[in-house]
Design a binder for this molecule. Structure first.
Ligand code: ZN
Length: 387
């Protein structure tokens, strides 16, 4: 074969070679894309909110919601935990009797995270290889940095003191030198009215100072000043809802809400009218959550919510709960408008068709309490007269 023939053949085959090379590049790109997708936040693994059985009495149960976010059930009120490279952030602290078990569960999550993120050996790097990475020594786990109190009920803030002292503050700038000060525990964030309640209410004298919020906000919302475990965390004030100091916490990257006592999947919400709570405030808050939520498909999956009590839910569950409360609110409002007294409204049983689902565990007397709270909060006008 002459040189001319060889070059002619090469020219003829080059488009095919180019195709083959292009195909290999595409395959590589796809492989990298799927690899990096695995490292990023994934769509929820739940086709819908899972129906998990409640843990046995006196035990806590941990459920991974998505990515670095976990729900801890059985600690009094539910706890939402973000566990990752920056340490631990907890929404609510559970009841004091359960705190040791909560700390054990959090420690286990921290260790699991450390094992999953053990540095890999660098391969054939010879003298540039890191001996620390090579020996597979996991980085020390980062402590509890933040506790967020959604409101001032003991089954939600009761674990504050022990959890705070098990952690360390997360800070920087000119106070960075204080980080290792062992007397400085985790920061406790809450709406200002939670601090007011815990320092001026009847129980104030029995609450030690380490149980109190260290940082409060008084406007509509509060944002952590920087990403925590790879995402923005926002506290949203729900005025006049369960009480006057409720915060919902939104994890913007993993797309998860911690709702506090705005929702309880097994019961009607507790509305503390004497502490500034109202039915319309709860409805406003749930509507706000629905405004900000996305369903993955036909109201299933997508944005997930950890309610203060009960199981993990998605926006379909929140919409159902909101509808149920709206219907009951409208019935009570209607009866009130017709001049019925509270006793007459109770006797009319405006919750009857929902009682098997939301009152069975507490008996009928708690339904009376709920109807009374709805009635009284409408008397005061609530946040908005009607929606
Ligand atoms: Zn509660």
């Amino acid at each position: 074969m002459s040189a001319q023939q060889i070059s002619a053949r090469l020219a003829a085959s080059s488009p095919r070679r180019g195709l083959v090379t292009g195909g290999a590049c595409l395959a590589l790109a796809l492989a990298f894309a799927s690899l990096s997708a695995q490292q990023n936040v994934q769509p929820t693994k739940f086709a819908r909110a899972p129906m998990v059985q409640p843990p046995p009495q006196g035990e806590v149960e941990v459920l991974q919601v998505r990515g670095n976010l976990y729900a801890i059930f059985g600690a009094g009120g539910n706890i939402t935990a973000s566990v990752g490279p920056d340490g631990v952030l907890l929404v609510d602290a559970g009841a004091p009797a359960m705190t040791d078990k909560v700390i054990a569960a959090v420690t286990r999550l921290q260790r699991e995270w450390a094992v999953r993120n053990t540095p890999k050996p660098l391969g054939f790097g010879a003298e540039t290889r890191s001996s620390v990475a090579d020996r597979h020594i996991p980085a020390p786990v980062k402590p509890i940095r933040y506790i967020i109190d959604t409101h001032a009920d003991p089954e939600h803030y009761g674990g504050n003191e022990k959890l705070r002292n098990a952690g360390r503050t997360f800070t920087g700038g000119n106070v960075a030198g204080d980080i290792r000060d062992s007397t400085e525990g985790a920061a406790i964030l809450a709406h200002e009215n939670v601090l007011k309640r815990l320092t001026s209410g009847a129980e104030a004298a029995s609450i030690p100072s380490d149980m109190l919020p260290t940082d409060t906000y008084y406007v509509d919302y509060y944002k952590l000043s920087q990403f925590f475990n790879g995402e923005g965390v926002q506290l949203i004030h729900a005025p006049a809802a369960h009480s006057d100091g409720d915060s919902m916490v939104y994890f913007r990257g993993t797309d998860v809400f911690a709702l506090g006592d705005l929702m309880d999947t097994d019961h009607y919400p507790e509305i503390e009218v004497d502490r500034g709570g109202s039915i319309n405030g709860i409805l406003d808050a749930l509507n706000k959550v629905l405004e900000m939520s996305f369903a993955e498909f036909r109201l299933e999956g997508g944005t997930m919510m950890v309610p203060g009590h009960g199981r993990l839910v998605d926006s379909g569950d929140v919409a159902y709960y909101r509808d149920m409360l709206t219907i009951i609110r409208d019935r009570v409002q209607d009866l009130r408008g017709k001049g019925r007294t509270l006793a007459e409204v109770k006797a009319a049983r405006p919750t009857a068709d929902y009682d098997t689902e939301y009152a069975a565990a507490r008996g009928l007397s708690s339904t009376d309490g709920f109807v009374e709270a709805v009635y009284r909060s409408l008397e005061g006008g609530g946040v908005k007269a009607a929606r």
